[in-house]
Design a protein around this ligand. Structure first.
Ligand code: TYD
Ligand code: MG
Length: 439
């Protein structure tokens, strides 16, 4: 079948033969995306002559339940994020900033999966020699990995046609192109079409497919999230690149939960799963310093201890600075307003900095209390005892609320040596807690 391409507006469906900055039909900017059209394919019309088999509805009650057969990746934290292992034919997108460790993780994974039959590793970004250097660094010897230096997706597919592989790894999808489209590598049209073709062959062969996706400065996978819709699983690799801790998070998973995280440590021989994740994010052997407190964050089924740090300094600016790292800056503004109004801490003439140690991003309101106490501790310059753990949501009235799984968090924290809990059970309002602890 012959192919040609045209530009289709993602907003209104207008078709154009060339790229235009603005859609002539709906007037939207940059919505025209190059799309492959096959010539000679008959378009089916309603009631027309149908040659293909027509699907019939199946009774849900008549379908036998089948348990999903999963293949372990032998990397414990990756298995956890995937929901217990890989499903045959599963398409996984691993997205993250450059240098975070995507290629490292996939090289380690390739080595594990190559035990059964060879793994095809398409290196569109690096040369085979560079991958070899990495494999040596990781101490991989005698592994059955086929490296393919290729950026043409159709050549990759023809390589796969008559070979048996246990997995396909493409590093990265943004380097792949097809000759059927004229767009540049990394354009929305190319990324979508190449991913579709790779997915098709992976499903036909019933082997897992891993695509590496780069993240743009704005934090989205290049090709406006088109990939997220196509694949079964989207994993985000994140962390502070200046530190060694890396977090792998499932943001979409057709075959498992989406709230689990896997934690790794980047050492000189690759990524090592972190076993005692509960304490991975708190500073070891730290002296009591004002502005620091430990809280507990639920990640999937696991409570993880996190350290919240705050700094309060007199400002010289008309509008004081509020800098939040790892927490939502609007949440910080709100909590500062509550502290000023309900606890009488005059923060309007101070710069406030709040940071979650270890580069973790927290979205739970259960850490409100800890954030407030860290700020108060920094303001009064009085340290909070090291064995304290604070968990609670803070409302606009200054009330402390109970949070989900509070019992579980406190039990786990107590097991790890945090014996002095602070929660809604101890104080009803934030000003009571602050009065008792600092004044
Ligand atoms: P890489 O996997 O190339 O990142 P990505 O594919 O996401 O761009 O890894 C990049 C960093 O990891 C690089 O700065 C070096 C470091 N690294 C280690 O610290 N230890 C190792 O064993 C390896 C292979 C890499
Ligand atoms: Mg890479």
């Amino acid at each position: 079948m012959a192919f040609h391409s045209k530009y289709v507006c993602q907003q209104c469906g207008y078709e154009s033969t060339g790229w235009l900055g603005r859609c002539p039909n709906c007037g939207e900017w940059n919505t025209l995306v190059e799309t492959v059209v096959s010539i000679g394919k008959k378009k089916e019309t309603k009631g027309g002559n149908r040659t293909a088999a027509v699907s019939k509805p199946i009774k849900l009650s008549e379908i036998k339940s089948a348990s999903i057969r999963r293949v372990s990746t032998k990397i414990s934290e990756l298995d956890r994020v995937l929901g217990g292992g890989l499903v045959p034919g599963q398409a996984v997108l691993i997205a993250g900033e450059p240098g975070i460790g995507k290629s490292t993780l996939l090289t380690q994974l390739a080595a594990q999966l190559s035990i059964q039959s060879s793994v095809l590793y398409v290196c569109g970004e690096e040369s085979a020699n560079q991958v070899k250097v990495r494999a040596d660094r990781l101490g991989l010897k005698g592994v059955n990995i086929d490296l393919l230096e290729e950026t043409d997706v159709d050549n990759v597919i023809s390589q796969l046609d008559d070979s048996t592989v246990s997995a396909i790894i493409v590093d990265s999808i943004q380097t792949m192109t097809t000759g059927d489209l004229s767009g540049m590598a990394g354009s929305v049209g190319q990324v979508r079409e190449c991913a579709n073709r790779l997915l098709h062959i992976a499903k036909a062969k019933n082997v897992p497919l891993f695509l590496v996706g780069h993240v743009t400065k704005e934090g989205t996978v290049a090709g406006p999230a088109v990939l997220a819709h196509i694949v079964d699983t989207v994993l985000w690799f994140e962390g502070d690149k200046t530190l060694t801790t890396r977090i792998l998070r499932a943001v979409k998973n057709r075959f498992g939960p989406t709230d689990e995280v896997g934690v790794f440590e980047m050492v000189d021989r690759g990524l090592q799963p972190v076993e005692d994740i509960e304490k991975a994010f708190i500073e070891k052997n730290q002296k009591s310093v004002s502005g620091s407190i430990v809280t507990s964050v639920m990640q999937g089924t696991r409570p993880i201890l996190m350290e919240i740090q705050a700094l309060v300094v007199p400002t010289k600016l008309a509008i004081p600075r509020r800098v939040a790292q790892g927490i939502d800056s609007r949440r910080l503004e709100l909590l500062l307003a509550v502290l000023t109004r309900r606890s009488g801490i005059p923060l309007y003439d101070s710069d406030v900095f709040v940071n979650v140690a270890g580069g973790f991003k927290i979205t739970e309101p259960a850490t409100d209390l800890a954030i407030c106490l860290a700020i108060a501790s920094a303001y009064y310059d009085k340290p909070i005892p090291g064995s304290t753990i604070a968990v609670g949501e803070v409302g606009l009235l200054g009330e402390i609320r109970e949070v989900v799984a509070e019992e579980k968090r406190m039990r786990e924290a107590s097991r790890l040596g945090f014996k002095s809990p602070i929660s809604s059970k101890d104080y009803k309002y934030i000003n009571q807690a602050i009065k008792h602890l600092f004044r």
